[in-house]
Design a protein around this ligand. Structure first.
Ligand code: MF3
Ligand code: CO
Length: 266
């Protein structure tokens, strides 16, 4: 069942989503070679709790951390660990918060130091594909219109691998609500988009093949060919002519630009 939110509920989801964005901007300021993804997870959990919220992912279906941090060939759901980050690492950070009874969910991929032009372009194209999906997230369209826009741009145009096993989702009082929002599919198919539906759109795109596997921890999703993957996610509200993006990359990009340890291609 798809829940349609009231405007007041949308504003609460915006508050949670903007807290996620602020958290990700803290990550952008914090990232440097030598720190571990567990350091990031601890910082994030403290920041979220200090802001009167709860990390949505912690204990969700047994997930043991506040963040998912997926480095290089890890696509999503990476476990924070004690491995030190270094120059050239591609780091996807996914954060959710629960505040005032509503979740917000967003993810961003960072690169430490220098990355190859191929990786820089994967990051740019994946981020752009998210916005191409968002352009289709308007009243009267269908979920398949969003999915198709993302797939056309990343897979057909740029020949990257689009992950099939994991998808975007509705959210609100629950982290995962209907409908599922895949990053591949046919125009004009799937659930009809209605005003005040709130969904998370989250393309997961691989430099190489689309196939992935779960590693031994039972959560971390990795590319089958070991090549780099990236992941961007926004929480958005369906509106009549233009989606309302409830999370924001602006604070993240601002920090990213001012952190000399980070690669930034803006
Ligand atoms: N953004 C991801 C999702 O919506 C994060 C969920 S991680 C989990 O599926 F640990 F909470 F499952
Ligand atoms: Co999500």
């Amino acid at each position: 069942m798809i829940h349609i939110k009231t405007n007041a509920e949308v504003e609460l989801i915006r508050e949670s989503s903007l807290l996620v964005s602020a958290t990700l901007s803290e990550v952008a300021a914090f990232l440097r070679p030598g720190i571990t993804t567990l350091d990031i997870d601890r910082m994030v959990e403290t920041y979220i709790r200090d802001h009167g919220a709860i990390p949505s992912f912690k204990n969700y279906r047994g997930y043991p951390f506040a963040t998912c941090i997926s480095v290089n060939d890890a696509v999503v759901h990476g476990f924070p660990n004690q491995h030190e980050l270094r120059d050239g690492d591609v780091i996807s950070v996914d954060v959710g918060v629960f505040k005032n009874g509503f979740h917000g969910d967003s993810a961003y991929t960072f690169a430490l130091g220098t990355v190859t032009p191929e990786i820089a372009s994967l990051m740019t194209v994946t981020r752009e594909s998210l916005f191409r999906g968002i352009e289709k997230a308007v009243t009267g369209n269908r979920v398949g219109d969003i999915a198709n826009a993302i797939q056309e741009y990343t897979e057909k145009k740029h020949k990257y691998g689009v992950v099939r096993e994991l998808v975007g989702h509705g959210l609100g009082r629950h982290l995962h609500e209907d409908p599922q929002v895949p990053n591949f599919g046919k125009k004009g198919t799937g659930a009809k988009l209605k005003e005040n539906m709130v969904i998370a759109i989250e393309p997961m795109v691989n430099l190489g093949v689309k196939e992935v596997f779960y590693d031994a921890d039972g959560w971390t999703v990795r590319t089958k060919d070991g090549k780099v993957a990236c992941h961007y996610e926004h929480t958005i509200c369906i509106r009549r002519h233009k989606a309302d993006i409830l999370s924001s990359f602006e604070p993240i990009i601002k920090q990213e630009k001012s952190n000399a340890a980070l690669f930034s291609d803006y």
